[in-house]
Design a protein around this ligand. Sequence first.
Ligand code: AMP
Length: 607
Amino acid sequence: ELGDYPVIRKQVDQLAVVPYLVDYERETSSFTLDEARSWLDGLPGKRGLNIAYEAVDRHLAHGRGDHVAIRFVRLSGEVEEVSYAALRTRTSQFAHVLRDLGVQPGERVFSLCGRVPDLYTALLGTVRARSTFAPLFSAFGPEPVRQRIVRGDGVALVTTPALYQRKVAPVRDQMPGLRHVLLVDTTAAEAAESGIPGAVSLSEAMHAASDVFDIEPTDPEEMALLHFTSGTTGTPKGAVHVHDAVVWHHASARYALDLHPEDVYWCTADPGWVTGTSYGVVAPLTHGVTMVVDEGEFHSRRWYATLAEQGVTVWYTAPTAIRMLMKAGTELPASYDLSALRFVGSVGEPLNPEAVVWGAEALGLPIHDNWWQTETGGIMIANYLSADVRPGSMGRPLPGVHAVVLRRGEDGRAEVAEDGSVVPAEDDQVGELALRPGWPSMFRGYLHDDDRYAACFAGGYYLTGDLARRDRDGYFWFVGRADDVIKSAGHLVGPFEVESALMAHPAVAEAGVIGVPDPIMGQRILAFVALKPGFEASDATRRELLGHARRRLGPAVAPREIRISESLPKTRSGKIMRRLLRARELGLPEGDLSTLERAEEEGRHER
Ligand code: AMP
């Protein structure tokens, strides 16, 4: 019943640090949001709540300005430290730069860059100025970038000249609202000569700006962050998050990551995705930790060296990375001193039980899976440092979170009665995971998309789109998605976005995109296309289409594989039946949804 792996027992009295959450039941019954608010300061003089104040300024008010806030491990391996005091200076300058350019509170500032120091300054400087920050992933191609900046009404973009030329220049004429391009690592002379409309040298503009920017009164409900996410159909959705979210960022990091001010913390997620913002910038800084940011990409030796050399104590990473480390073997970690490490968490995709157990062997610590999504803004369900771990389970809801599994209807989503009510599923029954709204980091809407927002709610619950089951002890187990979105290497990809890019090629008549199981990436993006008459179903055409998709979408979103078919299965109304494509690809019965999901689960265990 608990899966094939024995429960990993915890002995709280043997932990290196006394955890914040010692007794799950007690904490769950006594938790109040008022108490969580009291863990933060609020703007002095009761002038509201601002993320930048909680993440940066308040540590100066508490005499910790000299503490190292961020340790940047640059590509070269060189380490650059920034204190909380320096972070206040930099983010103040950045806020002035925005104001001097005429960027207003509420207007959207986008970023498209790697994990460089200016990205962190820009994020916190933007919310300091009460504008809204919308980070993009640097591995996006021009099409995802265009869609998001246009939909989010971006007025300013922080990027590098190289990324601009590759990903923004080809679509710039389609973004008339983008007024300013703040160029990282660029002199004023280079910015002027770049020919980029609205180009500004970020470093020189900051140098010229005042380093004092007192945070103005901020309504906790003002939009602070905009994170794009994908659905089954339509364009990407911009999930709106407000300053009040910081209350949950802080509280959830306390419970699920056990962050203490003395910790050296490393979140491997890129701020282009929600984890890299909520837990790669905001939450750790509100706890006053020293956080490590590695500019480099995954490499097993580089990662173990970072853990060891930086003395990381709390590490938050993802299943794809863990599977890659597993592939590199157990001998490798044994050659590094990982003795500082006291907690490892994972998020973003199903964490196979083997990986949890591997952690215990190779790192000396089990890996703690937790669950949340862009819309929830913060962790909702987790395995805790002090609690027993059931390998393969996502754990139990955080104190203050009310999660249920709802009985599902024929379409696989929660069954909603005519009167709008929903029915909880029995223990151990698969249904749609749903949450009772009310926590502070809950999204406040999809920008310009009220209908899609409204469709997320039924019977007083927010419907997550995930299928799960709850065992009788209250542990939640992930089963699969209730819709067609794909999680590949931890990145959520909307099939429609990929299909649209393929359809833009003159050879393509129809396209259907699905995710298929992959031993490392969780899911791999696979596209089926039917060609227009006159185009040959050859290897050359396939390669041409792969290249076309990669140029338009970028490596994070492009399909890894393309199959050319005579025609694709469609409904009577002409909609491509992705589920059927998937069933055929995986050799499953074509009509039976429940079998399909079960097979997916088995596929996961095999990995
Ligand atoms: P995103 O909005 O990009 O963070 O993706 C959220 C989705 O990732 C969730 O709805 C799940 O489908 C998946 N996900 C996140 N965490 C987990 C987890 N611990 N186990 C399984 N799936 C997860």
